[in-house]
Design a protein around this ligand. Structure first.
Ligand code: CDP
Length: 212
């Protein structure tokens, strides 16, 4: 069983995806980390993230990079949305995500284009969203908890810039798949969002069985 979870920055998609993976006992891949690893490598090698050739050179990143807490920084998220615009970067990361999705038993993947590009055949698709101010508050809390000095206004501006870049790119833009179930987490606790996500996935699975 493949579960695709997409949505914008700090919408709660990672939390929902991890909870679904636990509930359905499936492996989980946070695909944003792959783009963050490319971005971080571009930065470390002092390459130009706007140049496709530079960004591709960073796709061959060291696997240990994926565990680096620096990937969670706001600047790396911004840079990730710059490198992820390049079609050849997306192509370089495609097979790895596809393989993860197609492993025996299935998987949960979260990102921006899982239900549309990586696993359009997914058994259940969720599109997790929340208003920009709610997402900015969450991300601001997360970052300040980790000791980062950043204002709420800066986080909100960054989230808006990233939303715009992720939605406007021509290759694999952030968009809700036609067959994805929307889940607005703006007014939901983590527990409520998790319960709702499990119910939506179960609903999709039952729906699939009855139409098969
Ligand atoms: O955790 P957050 O939602 O802030 O970001 P992320 O999921 O780690 O993704 C960082 C950036 O990588 C996004 O803003 C996208 O530009 C890019 N990304 C993408 O293009 N496609 C994906 N499947 C996942 C992330």
């Amino acid at each position: 069983m493949i579960i695709a979870v997409d949505g914008p920055a700090a919408s709660g998609k990672g939390t929902v995806a991890r909870a679904l993976a636990r509930h359905f006992d499936l492996p989980h891949l946070d695909t944003g980390l792959l783009y963050r690893a490319v971005a971080y490598t571009v930065h470390r090698l002092e390459l130009d993230p706007t140049r496709e050739a530079d960004a591709i050179a960073a796709c061959d990143f060291d696997e240990l990079t994926l565990a680096d807490p620096a990937l969670r920084d706001d600047e790396v998220g911004q840079l990730a949305s710059v490198v992820s615009v390049h079609p050849l970067v997306r192509a370089a990361l495609f097979q790895r995500q596809k393989r993860f999705a197609n492993q025996p038993g299935g998987a949960v993947l979260d990102g921006r284009d899982i239900g549309t590009v990586i696993a359009p055949e997914a058994d259940a698709k969720l599109f997790v969203k929340a208003t920009a101010p709610v997402r900015a508050r969450r991300r601001h809390h997360e970052l300040t908890e980790r000791g980062r000095e950043i204002t709420y206004e800066q986080v909100l501006a960054d989230i808006r810039a990233r939303d715009a870049r992720d939605s406007a790119r021509s290759t694999a833009p952030l968009t809700q798949a036609a067959d994805a179930a929307p889940l607005d987490t703006s007014a939901l606790t983590v527990e409520a969002a998790t319960r709702r996500a499990i119910a939506l996935v179960n609903g999709r699975l039952i729906g699939r069985r009855s139409t098969a």
